[in-house]
Design a protein around this ligand. Structure first.
Ligand code: FUL
Length: 706
């Protein structure tokens, strides 16, 4: 009998054991295969090139002549190679932007590449991208704008068929795609086959997303679908290129109109930055941002190309927070990526390679406070170092705050920690902290919330230590962590920032040591023989100031800051009366982007449009470009999207010098600069706002002339 009882006990123990050794149950919504692949792709480029490249626009109206597309050197190979040099693993080709012009010989509309002189009308740029991607081992995706300002049928059911057929062509003829990118923008007006009118559609029903995306699922089952709210990948909610410090892969769309489930349409607001802990869907964020200020190439933005360290910073704030980085590339009028852009991309790619080349934790002894079912062979921490995103260290179900000591045996100097969960089992971890053993005790060096597919902690300074400790401080279930990396970013000098106050005094500063700063005021690259920055100096002209830190053989990125004429002796002559709270006209010319002039009048009726502001420059100036900076607090009310610009020599007779739209200002509210056809001499200018994206008045943070 005794024997029998002990046998039963043994059996029970071993069955409990083997039960607890069963893999952890998945937690919450899970990624599809397409989403897993996308997570691994993690960084890709979106390529804007087309008729806008030749008309200097961001959104073509739809009436552009296809003959404009006649590049002297178009090379998909050069473009894809530039992305690859930056470490990017995919490209999303804008096959059709809002102007409706198709870069492939579609049968759905005449408005396509076959009507252009490119290859005598026999060209197919999508095919060229496909071949380049295959040769270079880069993934291909497509963007086909739902809004089409050229198509005469836009707004009717007929257009939906055309749009769906365009997707079918793209999905059928260009091999496997990793993403299908569906843009949400729609400004309403357009050429529409010559009608030149405003066409309103209901974004949540018109495109019949359920069936439209059904086509994607059928023809490209492994492609993820990107839209403002998914269904597979959500927009992060800004075009700045970064996610929230916390950025969950799960998301419950939440909208003032009650919200629509993915697949059924768009919602009105974008809370994409943070996502939703325990959200309803697996719908991670994509951070889109252009390498240049605009998405299309504009020569005047050659000085605005983001520097390698700016890109690196964006990388940590997107990929490093579990989202993806989608960087805009803009081939120039030759049809290739400009040398300036290639240089920045290549240096950024090298920084990434250098940083992540050696995992300093390799060979370390890992000691975990808990291993699932005490089964080290199956669930031990050794899997953290095997370079596999899906093998993992797991804890028992009820152990949600385990710790791990990483003993690297000899002191190592590091500045980046990388962690990944096995997301096939969901997003389980809520928060964690990292300590280093320094001066005989544990000191916290970093902490964050979500890990998910990827989390990078970039330390504010290098740490030297032989021991690191990971403390999971909260999890919704026993953990399943797949990766631990410890890296060292190459030494670098930080990039100075250049500002000017309203009296025209320029200050150059840096957040961390930069050695000494040299600067130029003529657009040249600063060298050690350029003027040394010692104290603020006066610069009242229009021009570009560049600055760079130097320390022995090391030098940092160049900071480059364009300035309009200083506004010291400017006066606001006249303006549509302000009715709201922030009424001060001086805010328009105080060089402070946070103070705003507003003619918004709440719920009440406001003064009829156009609203205007006229400025006295104090003396006659040569004007080439003007700039409008809208409110910077992300609110849409009062943001001007259609304007006239006038000049005057006497403040009485006004000559219209420019007129147009600020196309993408809603998603990307950077300073809108408009270069006049010819430079003009004038003492006065008038900015006239014809239309705003929301509200009954205008808001102006700054007006400038260059
Ligand atoms: C936006 C568009 O309106 C821009 O023109 C650009 O294509 C960007 C990537 O998406 O919403």
């Amino acid at each position: 009998m005794k024997k029998f009882i002990s046998l039963v006990v043994l059996l029970i123990i071993s069955s409990v054991r083997s039960f607890s050794q069963a893999p952890p149950k998945p937690y919450g919504p899970l990624p599809t295969q397409g989403q897993l692949d996308w997570q691994e792709t993690s960084m890709y480029c979106i390529i804007h090139y087309g008729l806008d490249t030749y008309t200097n626009k961001e959104w073509g109206y739809g009436d552009e002549d296809p003959k404009l597309l006649n590049p002297s050197q178009f090379s998909a190979m050069q473009i894809v190679a530039a992305a690859k040099a930056g470490g990017f693993k995919g490209v999303v080709v804008v096959a059709k932007h809002h102007d409706g012009f198709c870069l492939w010989p579609t049968k759905t509309t005449e408005h396509n590449i076959s009507q252009s002189p490119y290859k005598n009308g026999k060209g197919d740029m999508l095919q060229e991208y496909r071949e380049a991607c295959d040769k270079l081992g880069i993934k291909l995706g497509v963007y086909c704008s739902p809004w089409d300002r050229n198509n005469p049928n836009y707004g009717t059911p007929e257009y939906l068929k055309i749009y769906q057929e365009q997707l079918r062509e793209l999905y059928t003829n260009y091999g496997p795609l990793f993403i299908s990118w569906h843009d949400g923008a729609n400004g309403g007006d357009g050429y529409y086959g010559g009608k030149r009118e405003v066409r309103k559609i209901d974004r949540s029903t018109y495109y019949d997303w359920k069936n439209t995306w059904g086509i994607t699922r059928k023809l490209q089952p492994n492609a993820v679908i990107f839209g403002d709210v998914g269904p597979d990948v959500r927009w992060v909610g800004n075009e700045n290129g970064f996610a929230g410090e916390t950025c969950w892969a799960t998301y419950t769309p939440h909208a003032p109109d009650g919200g629509k489930e993915p697949g059924n349409g768009y919602v009105k607001d974008y809370e994409g930055t943070e996502g939703t802990r325990n959200g309803k869907f697996w719908m991670p964020a994509e951070c889109d941002v252009s390498l240049r200020p605009g998405w299309f190439y504009h020569k005047t933005q050659d000085d605005g190309v983001k520097s390698p360290y700016t890109l690196l910073d964006l990388y940590y704030k997107s990929v490093g927070r579990g989202a993806a980085l989608d960087l805009g590339l803009s081939p120039d009028q030759r049809g290739i990526i400009n040398e300036i852009d290639v240089k920045s991309l290549t240096e950024f790619g090298n920084l990434l390679k250098q940083t992540f080349a050696v995992n300093l934790a390799k060979g370390a002894t890992l000691t975990a406070s808990n291993v699932r079912g005490a089964n080290k062979a199956k669930y031990g921490p050794q899997f953290l170092l095997d370079n596999d995103r899906y093998t993992y260290w797991a804890t028992d179900d009820n152990v949600t705050t385990p710790q791990l000591v990483v003993d690297m045996h000899t002191p190592k100097t590091f500045s980046v920690i990388r962690l990944r969960e096995n997301i096939k089992l969901g997003q389980r971890i809520d928060a964690f902290a990292v300590d280093a053993f320094v001066n005989g005790k544990w000191q916290q060096i970093g902490a964050a919330t979500n890990i998910g597919g990827n989390r990078l902690i970039r330390l504010t300074q290098d740490i030297t230590s032989s021991k690191i400790r990971l403390r999971i401080t909260g999890a919704a279930a026993g953990i399943a962590l797949s990766d631990l990396g410890v890296f060292k970013e190459p030494v670098h000098l930080s990039t100075p920032s250049i500002t000017r106050n309203k009296d025209g005094e320029v200050s150059i500063a840096a957040s961390s040591p930069v050695g000494v700063i040299h600067y130029t005021i003529n657009g040249d690259e600063p060298t050690p023989s350029s003027p040394l920055y010692e104290k603020p100096f006066s610069f009242t002209d229009a021009g570009i100031i560049k600055a760079r830190g130097f320390d022995g053989d090391h030098y940092g990125d160049i900071a480059s800051q364009p300035f309009g004429y200083a506004k010291v002796s400017w006066k606001v002559m006249d303006a549509t009366p302000a009715l709201g709270n922030e009424t001060k006209q001086a805010s328009i010319i105080d060089e402070n982007s946070n103070s705003v002039y507003s003619t918004l009048n709440g719920e009440k009726d406001s003064i009829a449009f156009p609203h205007y502001i006229s400025i006295d420059l104090g003396k006659t100036q040569k004007i080439k470009t003007f700039g409008y900076l809208s409110r910077q607090d992300k609110q849409p009310e009062g943001v001007v999207d259609r304007y006239n610009f006038y000049i005057s020599v006497d403040g009485k007779v006004w000559i219209k010098e420019a007129s147009g739209e600020f196309s993408n200002i809603k998603a990307n509210p950077i300073e809108q600069t408009v270069t006049l056809e010819h430079s003009v001499y004038a003492r006065y200018f008038k900015f006239e706002a014809l239309h705003v994206i929301a509200g009954n008045g205008i808001t102006v943070a700054e007006l400038s002339v260059y």
